[in-house]
Write a protein that binds this ligand. Sequence first.
Ligand code: AHR
Length: 497
Amino acid sequence: ISAKVIVDKEYVLSDIDERIYGSFIEHLGRAVYGGIYDPGHELADENGFRQDVLDLVKDLQVPIVRYPGGNMVSAYNWEDGIGPKDQRPRRLELAWSTIETNQIGTNEFAEWARKAESDVMMAVNLGTRGMDAARNLLEYCNHPGGTYYSDLRIKHGYKDPHNIKTWCLGNEMDGPWQMGGKTAEEYGRVAYETAKAMKIVDPSIELVSCGSSNYNMPTFPDWEAITLEHTYDFADYVSLHQYYGNHENDTANYLAKSLDMDDFIKTIISTCDYIKAKKRSNKTINLSFDEWNVWYHSTESDRGMQPWQVAPPQLEDVYNFEDALLVANMMHTLINHSDRVKIAAMAQLVNVIAPIMTENQGKTWKQTIYYPYYYLSVYGRGKALKPIIQSDKYDSKEFTDIPYLDSAVVYNEERDELVLFLTNRHLTEPLNIECDLRSFENFHVLEHVVLEHDDPKAVNTKDEEQVRPHNIGNAIIDNQSLKAAVPKMSWNMVRLK
Ligand code: AHR
């Protein structure tokens, strides 16, 4: 099987907004307690943050982290998480049936994000609360001083405002599982009024209007159309969430699920632009794909979890090799829509459906999905190019005309480096790629990194890393053209200069 590709400097799709490499930390399972925060751990710093986790997050160069939820935010009182720690209430956390100790709250998380060299993307509670709590939280975080909430922050030890720029207007408000879930009309009104007040408190912020919880929601895409009619003037983005799993154990079909994500994005873009036309507006709403990942390995076992524990191990999917390939394809899809997708968040970052895992009182380890996330985040910055691709194709249970080659191409002008991200979806045969590099004269291969494994179900654990990349891929330049035999079922990064 083969694929022919043309890559040209002039075929620019967009300047990639680095925030598409964002992630997410929710007060859920061991993400916060036992994940980023573990004051008893030998590697904890003066704030109780695990330095080994911070190091891995910094390696990933995560530009923005969504917080504090997720479903959790829809019944969260942000005031519970500020002030002296010994006076903070323990609460029943209704989204995940746990006990929230509130030892980490807004200030601590802002502190952690600063150490992680990330920005915070803050979500407000539009489930059990609304406009009043949201505007107060914003005043607490971003107002310099001289008012009740900004002075309270100063009293709590944070003289300088956190200056949080990006805010989510609630979370998955269309979901029947959501505390205080709403109809599209109800949400549209509340989100509009909240957005209006928030932009008066701080006109420099950007707001994300809540989109459908996933592509299969019965109210999709009416939800987007109705809610955006309300929020259009104040919102800057609409959110998308999507998780996949290989429930049917059909790998060929599973690796194509990024095509479903691609359709989802296209439909949302159309819906945003339909409302733009209806409103005769000059403003374009962009997309925030602020929850995406594989999530299915732990769903069954989580059902039996004892309620009302503090930080139990929830949503601890152990990812395998084929999951890493789908994650790579999903990231390609984000890059290939980076003209409209400006923010995205791999959900989540630590322990909960995450690339980074920790042992309580022990070490950290990297899941299989850590690797595509790492390489795409670190090397996928610059201009997204639009390659012309002719690839052999196949059909699967849910999809037709699936190209064996899935790819994204990024040109980093500063470093004068061209990076090709390539997945071969074929389960048994190598893919012969020939890529015409035209305008990239005299470029040579810096490295060809390959993530491959004979067993699609191979996993990493705390004791053994079965799935890790090597950099002895076979890409060569021959007469202004890149040639590579990309191994069966593999993900590749070819970096050229
Ligand atoms: O990321 C896990 C959960 O998935 C989030 O809390 C929720 O927003 C989504 O349903």
